[in-house]
Design a protein around this ligand. Structure first.
Ligand SMILES: CC(C)(COP(=O)(O)OP(=O)(O)OC[C@H]1O[C@@H](n2cnc3c(N)ncnc32)[C@H](O)[C@@H]1OP(=O)(O)O)[C@@H](O)C(=O)NCCC(=O)NCCS
Length: 173
């Protein structure tokens, strides 16, 4: 709770992560408040170097930025998470989803900066993604979980191999 108090300075009873509103332009909402605040955004104008830094921070392998740019452009949904302090904002979380725009969506690249992990923000980020996909009437939401985060997703309601269905992969030789 102390952490949330420090971030959500405008209220005596700071909102739980689930209650945070998605802001398309975090800078508008933050105004001149001196304390850091956290916002979500669905804007796709992400500084690719900043995103690369975020992915580096969790030890992911680097990917060609032109491909990352293309992947973001062609994603159905991009949700980023920002810490705003005065006029400075910092990318602290990211996720995106691809979709057939009707039935299915797959979530990719879920990441929270290590300095901000274990504070409920990954869960809040995922809830924003799911909420947005549900608002588009997408009912089949899938993802590929690294082994060490299976329980993180399970906590959010994701099931492994429902009805015995197996994810299958094909890789070039
Ligand atoms: C996985 C990740 C997004 C979780 O973000 P986070 O902000 O640390 O998670 P939260 O604090 O919101 O945790 C929410 C809940 O999940 C649990 N949880 C978090 N990480 C977990 C993990 N690796 N395994 C099992 N449970 C986990 C928390 O204990 C918490 O449980 P609670 O609701 O009962 O208190 C973050 O650790 C991360 O970015 N990891 C590196 C990148 C990565 O592995 N991404 C996933 C690729 S598939």
């Amino acid at each position: 709770m102390g952490f949330w108090k420090s971030l959500f300075s405008s209220s005596d009873a700071p909102p739980a992560p689930q209650a945070m509103q998605m802001e398309d332009d975090p800078s508008k909402a933050a105004g001149d408040r001196p304390s850091p605040r956290i916002f979500f955004s669905t804007e796709r104008e992400i500084d690719l170097y900043e995103l690369e830094e975020l992915c580096d921070a969790v030890g992911w392998s680097r990917r060609p930025l032109r491909k990352v740019k293309k992947a973001i452009q062609h994603s159905f949904l991009v949700v980023s998470m920002w810490e705003q302090h005065g006029s400075h904002r910092r990318l602290i979380g990211f996720s995106r989803a691809t979709s057939d725009h009707a039935f299915n969506a797959t979530i990719w690249d879920v990441v929270v900066h290590p300095e901000f992990q274990s504070k409920g923000l990954g869960k809040a980020l995922m809830k924003q993604v799911i909420k947005k996909l549900r608002s588009e009437d997408i009912s089949n939401i899938t993802l590929f979980a690294d082994p060490q985060v299976v329980d993180f997703y399970r906590n959010l309601g994701f099931m492994s191999d429902p009805e015995g269905i197996k994810g299958m992969f094909w890789y070039p030789d």
